[in-house]
Design a protein around this ligand. Structure first.
Ligand SMILES: [Zn+2]
Length: 80
């Protein structure tokens, strides 16, 4: 995993040691995406084909993140 270092720098509450709401949300989103991708890849890819696995992984992650972003936009838009 190479997720942590670059993202930690963006913390809005550096003193919270990564426990601020923003980071917590971000981390749970990452976990969610990762699990969804793992599941999709396990079901759909030929696990003996590393190229196919990594392509599908990439596509699933992009798609899942786009979906989450759309949901977030819709939710925040609803209050306006
Ligand atoms: Zn933070």
């Amino acid at each position: 995993m190479s997720l942590s270092s670059s993202r930690a720098a963006a913390c809005v509450m550096p003193d919270a040691a990564g426990l601020c709401p923003h980071c917590a949300y971000r981390r749970s989103t990452d976990l969610l995406v990762e699990e969804a991708v793992d599941l999709a890849v396990a079901v759909r890819a030929d696990l003996n084909d590393p190229v196919q696995v990594s392509e599908l992984r990439q596509r699933c992650e992009t798609g899942t993140r786009a979906l989450l972003a759309a949901v977030c936009r819709r939710r925040s838009g609803a209050s306006r």
